[in-house]
Design a protein around this ligand. Structure first.
Ligand code: FAD
Length: 514
């Protein structure tokens, strides 16, 4: 799909379809799809591509599976005919094989909220009879239907969104929660007096929550915005993304309670343990560029790892040893011997086992190492910002964003997931040079990590208990989130402030650490 690749890449939060993949992707899919047919040479399509990406991000962000798919029109005569496309500027929604064409014209309102609302209208226009199986009812409920539920026990939450008639928030939140179990969504209009009087609801939009144990009450949200509502509902206890895999390999490790607003040294130590003993072990010898990259990583950790302590001592020893070696080629076994001996003789310690805490998965094979590696590099970007001179005389001091550069080289050379490495390299080649100082270094990594979160939301590696979503969530940082012209936007100053705190030495918890 050469021409499509120019407008859209795999990094974008949308699915790129080709003539062969369109039908199989949408047939029997449990998601609604909004598909754009475009011509890569058409100026209008080129201009529109940034709106399309932003729309995909906006709709995808809190939940959904595949949402939009640019399709290369040049290859698609057959499809365009079968879907009654007459213009390369058309949009078509495909809802479980029910096709609805929507033609957009140059003059039409193409802002993200209006296309989003258009999608809602199309979904809502299905009658009861022709509504696709997976499409939720979007019509408002009445007090007569809802009041009898008060006080009843059930195996799920019921969230009642009360809103004014022209508001789309309720329907958007219902769609955001479409792929989650454990909560049933209903909407009611603010004109329903009996319900408002009984539940004492005076603000719109707002959410009233019926708990599984029969109690009920208002759901407090710091801001009355779609993003906040969806995020709060997704994090209710027991609410989780529908899992695509049966939990056949349950976690055998005991569960370690943890606080999502903290960073755990046990995760950072486990990252280094895995990196040194598992990831590196796939290389029999380290030489040339490999050796240089490994040395730089060890130096970076030795200089920036927060709080001193035995990890820093070990990394300093390893770093001194690597620098003193005249050899151009070091057997991996020698690195391992040094790590083991040093630990045995001097009590310099790096956990002898993997102990995930903030990076625990709900079952084996989820989270763990990649989670801890992100965490480690976020910590290092923040530590570099807090200690600007820490890398002096290391050979890394000349680089504007040394943590990102070392991370990029490490991921490319050593990271066990080659597909991940390829994606990360693409992203780094495309935009890492826009980060030119320590603040931008922190923010670039945050932004890139969120792009990966978006791409992987709903994929097989998404842990249903820890669904991938834009981070930090409103419950971690409410002031990081704003809405502009109906679209969610980040307040980057507050994000930076939050990251500096979250990944700081003072927010590290030693709980469960060796
Ligand atoms: P993770 O995404 O690993 O996040 C770990 C923790 O970091 C979270 O629990 C949260 O506390 C915090 N966090 C989340 N988002 C942010 C943010 N934006 N900024 C700062 N902190 C944040 N997997 C693939 O399937 N395909 C890929 O292409 C891919 N690329 C990867 C590239 C890199 C460089 C790395 C390190 C991993 C990659 N992975 C990829 C793995 C994937 O990103 C996850 O790490 C893995 O699926 C585990 O996810 P998780 O739920 O534990 O959260």
């Amino acid at each position: 799909l050469g021409s499509a690749a120019r407008l859209y890449t795999e990094e974008d939060p949308l699915v790129i379809l080709s003539s062969g993949s369109l039908k199989s992707a949408v047939t029997n899919s449990s998601s609604a799809w909004l598909i754009q047919f475009f011509s890569s040479w058409c100026g209008h399509c080129i201009q529109y591509s940034s709106t399309w990406k932003a729309l995909a991000q906006d709709v995808l962000s809190p939940s959904a599976g595949p949402v939009s798919a640019p399709l290369c029109k040049e290859e698609q005569e057959e499809h365009c005919q079968s879907y009654k496309m007459t213009s390369s500027r058309s949009l078509i929604t495909v809802i479980n094989c029910v096709f609805v064409c929507v033609y957009t014209h140059s003059g039409a309102d193409r802002s993200i909220p209006s296309v989003r609302q258009l999608m809602v209208n199309i979904l809502q226009n299905h009658t009861k009879l022709d509504r696709p199986e997976h499409c939720p009812p979007l019509e408002p409920y009445s007090s007569a239907q809802l009041l009898p539920l008060l006080g009843q026990r059930s195996d799920h939450y019921t969230a009642i969104i009360v809103e004014e008639p022209d508001s789309y928030v309720g329907r958007e939140v219902i769609l955001d929660l479409l792929q989650y179990s454990g909560v049933q969504m209903k909407r009611v209009l603010s004109s329903d007096r009996p319900l408002l009087d009984t539940l004492k609801i005076t603000t719109f939009p707002s959410i009233y929550l019926l708990h599984p144990n029969g109690t009920h009450g208002h759901l407090h949200s710091e801001k009355l915005l779609r993003f906040f509502f969806s995020s709060l509902l997704r994090t209710l206890p027991g609410v989780q993304r529908w899992s695509k895999v049966l939990p056949d390999n349950q976690n055998t490790e005991p569960w370690r309670d943890f606080d999502r607003s903290k960073v755990y040294t046990a995760d950072l130590e486990s990252a280094l343990h895995y990196l040194l003993r598992v990831e590196l072990a796939t290389h029999n010898t380290l030489e040339g560029e490999e050796l240089k990259i490994f040395k730089d990583l060890v130096t970076l950790v030795a200089k920036l790892y927060p709080g001193g302590g035995s990890v820093v001592k070990l990394m300093e020893t390893l770093s001194d040893w690597l620098l003193s070696m005249p050899l151009q080629r070091i057997p991996y076994q020698a690195v391992l011997d040094l790590v083991d001996n040093k630990m045995r003789i001097s009590g310099v310690f790096l956990g002898a086992e993997l102990r995930w805490v903030g990076c625990q998965g709900s079952r084996e094979g989820l989270r763990g190492y990649p989670c801890s590696l992100w965490t480690l590099f976020h910590v290092l970007t923040v530590q570099h910002d807090a200690n600007p001179t820490a890398l002096e005389n290391t050979g890394l001091e000349g680089e504007a964003v040394p943590v990102l550069q070392v991370m990029r080289r490490y991921i490319r050379m050593f990271f066990g997931c080659q597909e991940c490495g390829r994606h990360f390299e693409q992203a780094a080649a495309a935009s890492m040079d826009t980060a030119q100082n320590r603040e931008q270094q922190i923010l670039w990594l945050w932004q890139q990590h969120n792009r990966v979160n978006m791409r992987l939301a709903g994929s097989l590696s998404d842990d249903p208990l820890f669904p991938k979503a834009p981070w930090p969530s409103p419950s971690l940082c409410a002031s990081c989130h704003e809405e502009k012209n109906g679209v969610h936007v980040w307040n980057q100053d507050n994000v930076l402030r939050f990251l500096r705190h979250h990944y700081s030495a003072s927010n590290l918890s030693p709980k469960y650490s060796v």
